[in-house]
Design a protein around this ligand. Sequence first.
Ligand code: SF4
Ligand code: SF4
Length: 72
Amino acid sequence: MITIRHDGCILCVGCSSVCPVNAIELVGTRMEHFPAKCIDCGLCVKGCPANVITLFKGVKSSKDLPVNAKYG
Ligand code: SF4
Ligand code: SF4
């Protein structure tokens, strides 16, 4: 799964465009991630112009993120 630092996101929807499994979508006024769909490909990380996406390979739920990982 990935995390998105929302306070730096410019809502360009680039991540949503490159995600092959529709695991990121614009919902209202913020990008939402759906970890159950994510295949950890990292394309969204490379495609984010604001560098606000972090990939946590093998993590399937926000409750399993490292304690210092930002997730919102
Ligand atoms: S890591 Fe890949 S599958 Fe997961 S949200 Fe990013 S682009 Fe989509
Ligand atoms: S690519 Fe980065 S800046 Fe653009 S919407 Fe996604 S998280 Fe936000």
